[in-house]
Design a protein around this ligand. Structure first.
Ligand code: HT7
Ligand code: ZN
Length: 844
């Protein structure tokens, strides 16, 4: 298929008034009957009537009741149609039981379910499957299954059939249908205007006990969106369904959210603190889409960040309000650097609003989602909270029921503030992470910060223009007191200086507070200043960042110069960890070392060729040094942060567990796993059990525990996913590929299940020393399995091929081996459009 360009957008020729669908469900021969009322679009041209349709068997087609014979291709159909409005009817046949791509209507454990975003509806029936065609839907489902769900409000039902009507016009990508033997976890919510909404989380029998937390998260989300954004829910019912086979995390279908079971089911025994937090965030994210995505949707898929960036931003605000805001911010920065900076720095770099694609599924990326959210955060920072609220209100009232663009979004901000956002718009069109360089001068009471910005070239974009950078700055005096509160500098030029005068003594600048812009800050700062900020900065992000910079500097010197672990870093960390006034979650974050991937990138940036094994060895050496340097403190942290009583997933006890378990990981290096074995034996929740198992795995003493863990949890697929991934993650680098290969031969391995595939091969890709082992075994194994998976599930294959995106960092031997594997994948007959686009871009 050819490349599609944003610049080629044209409005649809016909609009849809309403749609009626009847589903006669059968695993191998489902019949879908559609009745669609079309009318010419006054803003479009009626030169060719085209409906998308893929892998459909057309049984019959009629216009205004009269049979017609359309021209059918692999991508859809064309047909001569009357002038003016008309009614289109078709009957098609599809085979959900044969659909392993998990796109369109498919089956998961005997349950029918759908995934239509981005272009899955065309695998269900013929339709103008584009987001700017919005219509009301009435759906009738016929089957002998006990539960049959679709979007909107329930209508009539009888033996073997159920009807649903969705009064809110929506694009086809928000359509959903679920049918199966499901059990509801019910509840209700009264909206701010007093409307009662029925809530249900639908699960397979056996999972009923894992719904309570998700339901609380849903009610909190509904309340938060009313209080913070003034957004009320708009149907009589809100259904969530848990599905085991799902390509992504969850889907915001109107009134019927479908979730990967890993993102909604949670119980203390089977889920970690991290799982609980993720469930809460994803439930919020999908719920918030009801306004940012559903009521106001995207005109075309190039505008994906309009709904995704904004909704990620909203869910991060929600998590900050529910839990610790600084910890959420630091965690988001860690994730952004790990995923989005990595993407921005390689062959897959693209703007937040891409300008072309072959397969839109390949653009559900960290750049569109996470950088898209950072862009909203910057906008809010620049215009201020009040103006942000005013602009959002205008957006919701002006564009309700519409399919919009980034221009519409920016326009409400221009009107609300009078600001010219022309330059700001570059954040949507320029790919790459800006490098922000800082030099400081001090002259008789005046500190001047000289900034310069540069964004490196990215594929298809060689010359970059300066972007608007909101740089939050504070100053800390020599006595550790803040002498300048946070102030926002607005950088618009390539080079710009900002002065602070009237200062008694030279302060230390705390720069990019709160990570106020998604840039790489390069500053010549000595370790004394870093240690000073680690001790005194009032901004939690900058304080954490100072510690990270110290750790990174120390590790880089260990890698490049064989230096020993820096005692100054270890000393500063010891002081921070022992500071009881600090949130334990913050201290746990401070204890984590920069990732192997982060170090590899920094080495590449400074002209070194990273050796993944050496990076792994030196990180291990640093962790040994930490364990040796502060044994008493670690033991004390471990003991003092044991959480007594019943497990609760809230932020405070989770923070204590995080710190205790970080300490345990280091203590295990010296106590032969004694504490971890006790914790494993006594654990009554998955956080403690898994942390202990990880410690034992990391010191090679987990054989018994691994077997016991499997025996205990073999009937719980989400826990067994953890069992798969932990073994790969903690294998010694020369055993990583062999471990993944062995597990792929385990009777519980099922390549059709994306969670299990990701647990095994995602863990391989996420273990740099193992994946990039000099033997090339990691590359060969992943390529073998991507080739196999592509025949079944192109979306997941394409996403997982990003494991290779950093290949140009490495030495010639590794590059040769990777290139050979990428070319082997690309040469396969019948390779999907998804995977072929990704591999082609990675190779370019
Ligand atoms: N908007 C949803 C995206 C999504 C998706 C995209 C492509 C293929 C499968 C998918 N499943 C869900 C999820 C979200 O961002 O909330
Ligand atoms: Zn989303």
């Amino acid at each position: 298929a050819e490349t599609i360009f944003l610049a080629d957008y044209t409005p649809p020729g016909w609009l849809v008034e309403d749609v009626s669908l009847t589903f006669r469900l059968a695993p191998d021969a489902t019949r879908v009957l559609s009745r669609i009322r079309f009318r010419p679009n006054p803003d479009g041209t009626q030169d060719r009537f085209f409906l998308h349709g893929e892998k459909l068997t057309l049984i019959s087609a009629r216009i205004d009741g009269a049979p017609v014979t359309p021209d059918v291709t692999d991508e859809g159909l064309t047909c001569a149609v009357p002038d003016g409005a008309f009614t289109w009817e078709t009957e098609v046949e599809i085979a959900p039981a044969q659909n392993f791509a998990l796109e369109g209507l498919y089956m998961s454990n005997g349950m029918y379910c759908t995934q239509c975003e981005a272009e899955g509806f065309r695998k269900i029936t013929y339709y103008p499957d584009r987001p700017d065609v919005m219509a009301t839907f009435t759906v009738r489902i016929e089957s002998d299954l006990p539960v049959m769900l679709s979007n909107g409000n329930p209508g009539a039902s009888g033996p073997g059939w159920t009807e649903w009507h969705d009064p809110w016009p929506k694009p086809a990508y928000l359509f959903a249908l679920v049918a199966g033997d499901l059990i509801a976890h019910p509840d209700s919510f009264t909206t701010q205007s007093g409307k009662d909404v029925a809530l249900n989380i639908w699960v397979r029998p056996g999972d009923e006990g894992k719904c309570a937390f998700g339901m609380e998260a849903l009610k909190k989300s509904m309340k938060w969106d009313e209080e913070v954004y003034g957004r009320e829910y708009d149907l009589d019912i809100f259904n969530i369904v848990a599905v085991d086979d799902f390509n992504m995390g969850a889907m915001e279908n109107k009134g019927l959210n479908v979730f990967n079971s890993s993102c909604v089911l949670a119980s203390p025994e089977t889920s970690t603190d991290g799982n609980f937090e993720r469930v809460e965030a994803i439930i919020a994210h999908e719920y918030f889409h009801n306004w940012t995505g559903n009521r106001i949707t995207c005109r075309d898929w190039f505008q994906l960040c309009l709904k995704e960036g904004l909704t990620v931003f909203r869910d991060s605000q929600f998590t900050s309000d529910m839990r610790s805001a600084p910890v959420k911010r630091i965690s988001d920065v860690i994730a952004l650097r790990a995923r989005q900076f990595r993407e921005d720095n390689g062959p897959l770099a693209h703007p937040v609003r891409p300008e072309s694609f072959r397969e839109i599924n390949n653009f559900y990326t960290a750049t569109v989602y996470e950088k898209g959210a950072e862009v909203i955060g910057m906008l809010k920072r620049l215009v201020g909270d009040e103006a942000y609220e005013k602009a959002c209100d205008l957006y919701f009232t002006r564009h309700d029921g519409q399919a919009c663009t980034i221009e519409d979004w920016l326009q409400v901000f221009t009107e609300a503030t009078g600001r010219d956002l022309g330059q700001f718009k570059r954040w949507y069109s320029q790919a790459g992470t800006p490098r922000l360089t800082l030099r400081e001068t001090w002259d008789e009471g005046t500190l001047t910060l000289h900034f310069s910005q540069r964004t490196p070239p990215t594929p298809g974009q060689t010359d970059k223009q300066p972007q608007v950078l909101p740089i939050a700055v504070g100053l800390i005096g020599p006595d550790g007191e803040e002498v300048q509160e946070t102030t926002l500098l607005e950088m618009t030029e390539t080079e710009q200086s900002f002065s602070f005068s009237g200062l008694g003594a030279r302060p230390v600048a705390s720069v990019l507070r709160g990570f106020s812009a998604p840039v790489i800050l390069q500053r010549d700062q000595d370790n004394a200043d870093r240690a000073f900020l680690l001790a005194h900065d009032t901004d939690p992000y900058c304080r954490w960042e100072a510690g990270r910079a110290l750790a990174k500097q120390a590790l880089m010197r260990m890698i490049t110069d064989d230096a020993p672990a820096d005692p100054a870093y270890l000393g500063a960390l010891t002081t921070l960890l022992g500071d009881e006034t600090l949130d334990p979650a913050f201290r746990a974050l401070a204890m984590a070392l920069p990732s192997e991937d982060d170090l590899a990138q920094s080495l590449a940036d400074t002209g070194h060729v990273p050796d993944p094994q050496r990076i792994w060895d030196k990180r291990e050496a640093m962790r040994d040094a930490m364990a040796d340097f502060m044994p008493d403190l670690l033991a004390q942290l471990f003991d003092a942060h044991q959480v007594p009583g019943r497990y609760a997933p809230e932020a405070a006890p989770a923070a204590a567990r995080a710190l205790a378990n970080s300490a345990l990981a280091l203590l295990s290096r010296r106590d032969g796993g004694e504490r971890a074995r006790v914790q494993y034996a006594e654990a009554d929740n998955m956080t403690q059990q898994l942390a202990a198992l990880s410690c034992l795995l990391s010191i090679g003493m987990a054989d018994d525990a691994l077997g016991a863990f499997y025996d205990q949890w073999q009937s719980d697929r989400l826990v067994i996913d953890k069992w798969f991934s932990l073994q790969v993650a903690f294998a010694a680098p020369d055993q990583t590929a062999a471990t993944a290969a062995r597990l792929a031969g385990h009777p519980d391995f099922d390549m059709k299940n994306p969670n299990r595939f990701r647990a095994t091969f995602g863990a391989l890709a996420a273990s740099p020393a193992g994946f990039h082992h000099a033997s090339g075994a990691g590359y060969r194994l992943l390529a073998d399995w991507l080739i196999r998976l592509d025949a079944l599930n192109p979306q997941t294959t394409a996403r997982m091929s990003t494991a290779f995106e950093t290949w140009k960092r490495f030495d010639a031997d590794r590059q040769d081996m990777i290139r050979a594997e990428l070319e082997r994948i690309l040469s396969r007959d019948g390779l999907s459009r998804d995977t072929s686009e990704m591999i082609t871009r990675i190779l370019a």
